[in-house]
Design a protein around this ligand. Structure first.
Ligand code: SAH
Length: 213
């Protein structure tokens, strides 16, 4: 079976299993070619629902985790989004596909991955994205505030700068906990008040930086 058919089949499974619910998220995951964001060695496994190595000791999240994260972020087409942990660039691509009239800024600390994500996002035509090489625990104050902030690495606590860079009505999604297991937290800023929800367990690679590990 070709990649496109495998992609549609996996998306159907993610819908059936309740991970995918929203039309815009479903069509983004039907459209974005995960295989192109993967190194050649693992490309054949692009549509197995599993995390895969992307080099430099890092991983691309499993498709069901990308589905959970993207659904939980409640992305709207005009949103300005900040992602911490570009990795392969795949999650940023899914976000950029939904935020057609918005923008995705994504930060990565490992230079070869910055270059990889940048190249792949460009190759796939996502012009509403920018990849930055820096410590994402400090956010990206120059472009703040953001309607949505998504951290795709595991933090020991919620970095202060990320909350400060949230726009009114904004959402911040972040795995918080130890290095082996975390709770996915969603922080909401509404009428100037912060509230927090726990969305369940997850496992991400560590968020390394000044306000991380
Ligand atoms: N979202 C990615 C997967 C992320 S893996 C994808 O779709 O492929 C987590 C990434 O976070 C790794 O690439 C790691 O290098 C990066 N990372 C860890 N700490 C970071 C920090 N402080 N700032 C920016 N990136 C960080």
């Amino acid at each position: 079976m070709d990649f496109a058919s495998k992609r549609l089949k996996l998306v159907e499974k993610l819908i059936k299993n309740g991970y995918l619910k929203t039309d815009s998220v479903i069509s983004a995951m039907r459209k974005v070619p995960r295989e192109l964001f993967l190194p050649l060695e693992v490309r054949d496994s692009a549509y197995v629902d599993t995390p895969l190595p992307i080099g430099h000791n890092q991983t691309i999240s499993a498709p069901h985790m990308v589905a959970i994260m993207t659904e939980s972020l409640k992305v709207e087409s005009s949103n300005k989004i900040l992602e911490i942990g570009s990795g392969s660039g795949y999650q940023a691509a899914v976000l950029a596909e939904i935020a057609q009239d918005g923008f995705v800024c994504t930060i990565e600390r490992i230079k070869p991955l910055v270059e990889w994500a940048e190249m792949k996002l460009h190759e796939c035509g996502f012009e509403n994205t920018s990849v930055f090489e820096s410590d994402g625990t400090l956010g990206l104050p120059g472009n703040a505030p953001y309607d949505r902030v998504i951290v795709t690495a595991a933090a020991p606590h919620v970095p202060k700068a990320l909350v400060e860079q949230l726009a009114e009505g904004g959402l911040l999604l972040i795995p918080v906990g130890g290095q082996g297991y975390q709770e996915l937290k969603r922080v909401t800023l509404k009428s100037g008040e912060l509230s927090e929800e726990n969305l369940g367990g997850c496992v991400f690679v560590p968020l390394i930086g000044k306000d991380g590990w």
